[in-house]
Each structure stands twice: as C-alpha cells, then as structure tokens.
Write a protein that binds this ligand. Structure first.
Ligand code: HEM
Length: 282
C-alpha cells in the first residue's frame, strides 16, 4: 500500500522525489532553513539594508566554518597528524576565497546608500563579532580586552575566554616544528598563550631553513598552506578597509573607533609574520 498519495495524485512516477512527510522535511531537520531564513530583521525601511545584513550573516557563517577548520588543524598538529591538518587548512583556503568573494555586493556602497540605514545600526559594529575575534585569536592575535564587549553574553564570553587561553593555530604549528627537530626557542613554546604572538628571529630562521633545504618538503608545504591563509585574511581586512573607505570616508565608526584610520592600522599587520620575513633569507 502506498504511503505517498500526493505523489500519485500529482501523477508523479516513482523516479520523482518524495513529497509526503509526516512532519517537517528531512532537509529542514538538517539545514534548519526555516530558522536561517527568518533571522533577517532589518532596522530601517531602506531596501538596501537587506543585503548589508545578509552579507554580514553570511560572513559570520564562513567565520564559523573557518574557525572549525583551524581548530581541526590545530588539534591534528598536536597529535602529529600532518595530513589531517593539511586537509583542514586547504579546505579553509577555499572557504576564505568564498568569504572574500562575498564582499562583492557591498564593495561599491556609496555614502548616500550607506547613510540610508547607517543611523539605524546605532552602536552596532562588526568589531563586536565574537566569531571574527575567535579567528583572530586562532591566528595569534590575542587580546583579553576583546572579551569586554561580550560580558553580557555568557556563552559567547565563555567560548572567547577559552579560546584566549588555548594555543593558537600558529602555536600548534610551532610545537609541531619543534617535535620535528627544529630549533623553536623554549620562550616561544612556553609563552603566555593569552598574549598576542610576537615575531621571533629564531622562528624566522626555522622557516628559512625549512624553505632552503629539501629535507622537510612536507613542512614547506605546511608553510605554504599557512601563507595562503595569511594572504587571504590580509585580503579580507583590506577589502573591508576599501569598502569602508568608499561607504563612509573618514567618518568615525558606529563602533566608536576612528573608522578607516583604525582599520588601516589593523590591515597592515602580517598574519604568521615569520613566514613573510623568512622569504628574504631563502
Ligand atoms: C561597507 C560596509 C561596512 C562598513 C562601512 C564597515 C565599517 C567598519 C568600521 C568603521 C569598523 C571599525 C570599528 C568601528 O568603529 O565600528 C569596522 C570593524 C569591523 N567590521 Fe566592518 N564595516 C562594513 C562591513 C562589514 C561586514 C559585512 C562585516 C562582516 C562581518 C564586517 C566586520 C567587521 C569586523 C570583524 C570588524 C573588526 C575588525 C578588527 O577587529 O580588526 N564589517 N567596520
């Protein structure tokens, strides 16, 4: 006996998709599309605000995936499983490309267009994105003051605090290089993990050595995957900077910073610094 009366009535053959579900569809149960597509609550009547909101939400989702990949990579390195770490890092490179491509709808926003809903954002700013902060922490850009905005949100605060004290992805890389016999200084391996990673001449020497010889070809490939990550994060920061400059010139940010001048300082920073400086010595 068929339990698919609607399919029969519609005259659909057996090769057609199932139309008959007792509750919500299995797709909905997995994707939660109904939840996801009802999370858009613009604050103004301006029709252009929707794409600003959704682009921000899309980026938050990519941040979430990328954090997952870098945590996977860090864990794999801790367990000396380089191939697992490489797979996660390479996935994250593709994801960073997709993240960066999602700037397109906002990249030519004019001040007039942005002004149409800017005031409605109040003090809201991407600076308050906890998932972006976790990405930065994983890159070694630790700062306990970045927890302050999240004091009122216990789960977010707890996750960020945990991330602050955990090794960054780069700390895991350097621990792995040390176990592979490279002279990563003890001071670097035993550093206070809650502080920003500071570049080290000895670590630069380690990368220069890895890139110069052919003994550690797999480590050079790891270095290149990290360099791809670093480049794409730098590109995200710079695309953000340029979009901001186009949309609001030198006005102060909704988050209270000097705006473009503040972002410029952030955008010049190198991700995984010694991987860039070591290149002059290879
Ligand atoms: C064109 C539209 C945008 C403008 C004009 C803009 C403007 C700004 C400004 C001025 C800041 C500095 C902090 C402040 O005072 O608010 C900032 C920070 C930030 N924005 Fe945007 N933003 C835009 C789009 C986005 C989008 C779509 C995202 C995606 C989540 C985002 C994420 C961030 C993040 C993560 C920071 C902090 C950066 C850091 O800590 O280095 N922004 N934004």
């Amino acid at each position: 006996m068929s339990h698919r009366p609607e399919s029969r009535e519609a005259g659909v053959g057996s090769e057609s998709p199932n139309l008959d579900f007792a509750g919500t569809t299995p797709y909905e149960d997995y994707v939660r599309a109904d939840v996801l597509t009802h999370l858009q609550h613009p604050l103004s009547d301006d029709p252009g605000e929707m794409v600003f909101l959704v682009t921000t939400q899309v980026m938050e989702l990519w941040f979430t995936v990328i954090v997952h990949e870098w945590e996977t990579a860090g864990q794999a390195l801790r367990e000396d499983q380089l191939p697992v770490a490489m797979d996660a890092l390479k996935r994250s490179v593709r994801e960073l490309e997709a993240l960066n491509a999602s700037w397109r709808p906002l990249s030519q926003l004019t001040p007039t267009e942005f002004n149409a809903y800017r005031a409605a954002l109040g003090e809201g700013s991407g600076f308050q994105s906890a998932m972006y902060r976790r990405m930065e922490f994983l890159l070694g850009e630790k700062s306990s003051s970045m927890l302050v905005p999240h004091r009122g949100a216990p789960r977010v605060h707890a996750e960020l605090e945990k991330a602050l004290h955990q090794p960054s992805l780069y700390d895991e890389v350097l621990g792995f290089l040390a176990r592979r016999g490279h002279a990563v200084p003890r001071a670097v391996l035993e550093r206070d993990l809650s502080q920003r990673y500071e570049p080290s001449a000895e670590v630069e020497e380690v990368w220069a050595e890895i890139y110069s010889g052919d003994r550690d070809a797999d480590l050079a490939r790891l270095g290149e995957a990290l360099t791809d990550v670093g480049e794409l994060v730098w590109r995200w920061r710079n695309d953000h900077l340029v979009a901001t400059r186009r949309a609001m010139g030198a006005k102060t940010g909704t988050g209270g910073s000097a705006g473009v001048a503040w972002l410029e300082k952030r955008a010049v920073k190198y991700v995984f610094p010694e991987l860039w400086t070591a290149r002059s010595r290879v």
